[in-house]
Design a protein around this ligand. Structure first.
Ligand SMILES: Cc1cc2nc3c(=O)[nH]c(=O)nc-3n(C[C@H](O)[C@H](O)[C@H](O)COP(=O)(O)OP(=O)(O)OC[C@H]3O[C@@H](n4cnc5c(N)ncnc54)[C@H](O)[C@@H]3O)c2cc1C
Length: 364
């Protein structure tokens, strides 16, 4: 086991915030993790699990032992008349995984092309894009309990998937919202949540053979109309998603960012009607349960934030939902500046619309 000391994290987070990990271990196989847990020095130490760093904001140097997940491997696990079951190591790059499945003739993940990060982090916030979420294609995952070292296999019913949410995002006794997932293999674990408690090592996907194009999302429907292709195949949808995303979102290699910074809030029909009465242009979608989802980017834009800068953190000029790094080598952007900007945005959206925006990235 090699413990890297004072490891710079600037290149290991897509916001490009400079910070260090006091101690970092690369986990390339389950045995690396078992070695950490068997070492008396590290067994009880606080730990932070790092994937591709595309959904975190570093607010300082990380004192916890950083476990950098680099478990690789891709395979077809099984196949029957109904579906293919595929498996990827947690350290695989998500977009490369999606590309590989399509190249091998296994469609189903194309709407989620180009989401940065690793396969192992995908269940943590139940990633989703263009009308499809991870939970729609999820079979099961393997994870190691960082306290006992035991390996668990978790099915969807154990994961508490929700909109950009799962049991892996919650922890501690204060949060009982996921108490009902503590069944079966989780019974011995905290009934409240698994954030920081388990490291996901492998994820399996079920891709139905009865594939159907999902172009219900407005941007994809527009592409179908513009190209005249009503029934695109999976590769065409993949290409469309890549084109749309490249035009809309800043490339983290050019402009540091963590993707959408806030979740789209859900409101009651009465709240939505009230906002429409005052702001008829508000972008909203009705949900199956009769409530409404509002476009957080629109709310932020309406408060005048698009293109603004505070310190060295800013709001992307093409999409107000994305906060960006406007620092440079001489004047670096700090995590504190990002949080200050995010809180100022939350306050002004609350003051104007009475809605509390929830941050999507994890503050470390
Ligand atoms: C330009 C851009 C666009 C984006 N677009 C989207 C989008 O369309 N849809 C979407 O849902 N998200 C999007 N994101 C957010 C991000 O890509 C996803 O949340 C992604 O799954 C994070 O993966 P990661 O490996 O970078 O995780 P990290 O940022 O490294 O970690 C995120 C959290 O997961 C935990 N974690 C990481 N790996 C593991 C593991 N193996 N086991 C247990 N816990 C783990 C970490 O401790 C942390 O709490 C976008 C981000 C960017 C920068």
């Amino acid at each position: 086991m090699i413990v890297e000391i004072n490891q710079p994290l600037g290149a290991l987070n897509t916001f490009g915030i400079s910070a260090k990990a006091h101690r970092m271990v690369r986990i390339r196989a389950e045995s690396d993790l078992q070695a950490v847990l068997a070492d008396p020095q590290w067994h009880e130490a606080a730990k932070f699990i790092l994937g591709g760093g595309s959904n975190i904001i570093l607010t300082g140097d990380v004192k916890a032992l950083v476990l950098k997940v680099e478990i690789m491997g891709r395979r077809l696990v099984s196949e029957d008349d109904q579906a293919w079951v595929l498996e990827a190591g947690a350290g695989e790059n998500w977009h490369e995984w999606v590309t590989w499945t399509l190249t091998n003739g296994w469609p189903g993940l194309e709407n989620m092309a180009m989401i940065p990060g690793t396969v192992g982090a995908a269940p943590v916030q139940n990633i989703g894009a263009y009308g499809v979420e991870l939970q729609d294609r999820f079979e099961s995952l393997d994870a190691v309990d960082l306290q006992t070292g035991k390996t668990l296999t978790l099915k969807a019913e154990h994961c508490g998937f929700g909109y950009r949410d799962s049991v892996f995002k919650h922890g501690g006794a204060a949060d009982a919202s996921h108490a009902d997932v503590a069944e079966g293999p989780l019974r011995a674990l905290s009934p409240m949540g698994l954030a920081g408690r388990v490291l996901i090592t492998r994820v399996r996907f079920r891709l139905p053979k009865a594939w159907r194009a999902d172009i219900s999302y407005l941007d994809l429907a527009r592409k179908a109309e513009a190209t005249g292709i009503d029934c695109p195949d999976a590769t065409t949808i993949f290409d469309w998603v890549c084109e749309i995303r490249s035009a809309k979102l800043p490339d983290p290699k050019v402009l540091g960012n963590a993707g959408s910074f806030f979740k789209n809030p859900t409101v009651t029909a009465e709240q939505c009607a009230d906002i429409i009465a005052r702001d008829p242009g508000v972008v909203h979608y009705v949900l199956a349960d009769g409530r409404y989802k509002l476009a957080a980017g629109w709310l932020i834009d309406a408060c005048g934030w698009r293109g603004k800068t505070m310190g060295h953190a800013g709001v992307y000029d093409k999409q107000a939902l994305v906060l960006v790094n406007r620092g440079d080598a001489q004047h670096p952007c700090t995590g504190g500046e990002v949080v200050t900007l995010a809180k100022a945005i939350q306050t002004s959206v609350y003051e104007r619309f009475g809605i509390r925006l929830e941050m999507e990235p994890v503050l470390v």
